[in-house]
Every structure is written in C-alpha cells, then in structure tokens.
Ligand binder design. Structure first.
Ligand SMILES: *[C@@H]1O[C@H](CO)[C@@H](O)[C@H](O)[C@H]1NC(C)=O
Ligand SMILES: *[C@@H]1O[C@H](CO)[C@@H](O)[C@H](O)[C@H]1NC(C)=O
Ligand SMILES: *[C@@H]1O[C@H](CO)[C@@H](O)[C@H](O)[C@H]1NC(C)=O
Ligand SMILES: *[C@@H]1O[C@H](CO)[C@@H](O)[C@H](O)[C@H]1NC(C)=O
Length: 239
C-alpha cells in the first residue's frame, strides 16, 4: 500500500512538473522518490516505463493526450454543427413569425361609397407591415405562411352630408367567403361605430380583406376611425 501511494504521488509529481522550470524542494523529493522507485506500479493505461525514465518530458502521456484532444475536437465539431443548425432553425422561426400589420382609411371628410358592387376597403395609411403581407392598394392581407391569424377591424361612419342616414355594411372576407360583418341602417342616431375580431387559420396565399357592400357608404372619417389590422398568432405546418 505504501509503495503504491508513493508511486501515485510520484506520478502526479512527474506530471505536474512537466511545465515547471523550477521545482520546490518538496516536489524534488517526491520526484526523485518516484524516479528512484523500482517496484511494480498500478499504472493502468499509463506508460510507466517512460514516466519514470524520462520524467521531465510530457512525451510519456502524448498518446493519451492526443487521443483526448482528438475526441474533444470531434465532439466540439459535432456540437458546433448542431449549434449552427439550431441557430438557423431559430432564425427561420423568428423571421417567419414577425407578421403583423395595421392600417387605417386615409381620413376623408366626404364619404367612401356608395358603389354598385362590393369593394374591398383600401386602408392606405399603413402604420405597421412586418412580413409585408398587407397591400394598401388592394386593402388585402395575403398570408405569407400558414398559421392561425388574428384580424380585427373597426367601422365608423356618421350620416354623411346630405343623406341624413347612417347606412353601412362591411364584411371581413377570406378568399371570397364572408367571415364576419357589421352594419348599421339607422335614422335615429347620428353616428355609429362597430368592431369585429376574428381568428382565422390560413394557408399560405389566402387573402383577407374588408369589403364595403354595394350601395352602402362610410362617411366623415376624419381621424383614422376606420382601421384594419392583423397578425400571426402562431405558425402551422402547411395545412
Ligand atoms: C535518487 O537517486 C539519485 C541518484 O540517481 C540520488 O541522488 C537521490 O538522492 C535519490 N533520491 C531519493 C529520494 O532516494
Ligand atoms: C448532434 O445532433 C445529433 C442528432 O440531432 C446527435 O445524434 C448528436 O449526438 C449531436 N452531437 C453532439 C456532439 O451533441
Ligand atoms: C356582396 O355582399 C353581399 C352581402 O354579403 C352579398 O349578398 C352579395 O352577394 C355580394 N355581392 C357580390 C357580387 O358578391
Ligand atoms: C396615419 O396614421 C397615423 C397613426 O394613426 C397618423 O398619425 C397619421 O396622421 C396618419 N397619416 C395620414 C396621412 O392620415
């Protein structure tokens, strides 16, 4: 037991001294004991012969060190590859998720409408359009990627200059299909406002817009009262 302990200490001493230029006296004693030792050592994978005959050099553990170095290097390459892949995926997810818009009808003292057909309302004052899904000229949002989207719109109108009647009907439309609508035909109030909010799963390319139904009109929006906005709540795999 005693010899084994001394040998282990000696080994440690020899290893630790590899990079030292000046050793303390205590280390010298340990090192010399190890160097002078002639018994059998519990070496394991170490090259004890080299260790004790040539204790000043690190060459004795070169093969083990190079194996360790090689393994560490390969592991780092693997981790780096995986990390790069993950970073790319995260970028893709984050980039694709930034989809949101909000737009208002450009303030006009007159009326928008009436028309002889249903027309999409061109909310042209665009204050946010991340992901570039919204087109102000068409008044339409085109889904850049599949996902569940949230939309809301607010309709405002007063009676208009001569008509003395609030008379609007609007509808949120997805590719020609009416999803939600709001309307007012009223001779008692003098103005009215309403809001609709919907969640819609969309395929890439689906279009969503707000239509003014034929014969109806929106009047006297002077302060961005009419709004349309939407955003991606969460992405979906292609449906
Ligand atoms: C080890 O051997 C050297 C000579 O080879 C000697 O000078 C030294 O005193 C010895 N050390 C011990 C601790 O026996
Ligand atoms: C890298 O990822 C693959 C599978 O995604 C896994 O098998 C491998 O262990 C990973 N590499 C490292 C070094 O973690
Ligand atoms: C316009 O919308 C109204 C109300 O939803 C509907 O009844 C009508 O068929 C639509 N007109 C056209 C040409 O789609
Ligand atoms: C567009 O909307 C913003 C925010 O509501 C408003 O400050 C700005 O005056 C509007 N611009 C026009 C041209 O209406």
């Amino acid at each position: 037991m005693k010899t084994a302990a001394v040998a282990v200490l000696g080994l440690l001493g020899a290893l630790c001294l590899c990079s030292r230029t000046e050793a303390t006296t205590a280390w010298d004693v340990l090192r010399n004991s190890a160097a002078n030792f002639t018994g059998i050592l519990p070496c394991g994978g170490w090259n004890c012969d080299c260790e004790f005959r040539n204790p000043k050099g690190c060459c004795c553990v070169a093969s083990q060190l190079s194996q360790l170095e090689e393994a560490t290097f390969m592991r780092m390459v693997g981790l780096w590859t995986n990390l790069t892949g993950l970073t790319g995926q995260i970028d893709e997810i984050i980039d694709g998720r930034n989809i949101a818009f909000t737009a208002t009808l450009t303030p006009t003292p007159g009326c928008f409408g009436p028309f002889t057909r249903n027309v999409s309302i061109p909310y042209q004052n665009i204050t946010l359009n991340q992901g570039y899904g919204y087109n102000g000229a068409l008044g339409a949002f085109t889904a850049p990627r599949p996902g569940v989207y949230s939309f809301s719109y607010t309709v405002y109108s007063n009676m208009g200059p001569a008509r003395e009647r609030i008379y609007y009907k609007t509808q949120l439309v997805k590719d020609g299909q009416v999803i939600a609508s709001s309307w007012e035909d009223n001779r008692e109030d003098s103005e009215d406002s309403s809001t609709q909010s919907v969640l819609l799963p969309l395929r890439q390319g689906n279009q969503v817009y707000v239509e003014l139904v034929s014969g109806r009109y929106l009047c006297a929006d002077t302060q961005n009262y009419n709004t349309f906005s939407g955003y991606l709540v969460y992405p979906l795999l292609e449906m």
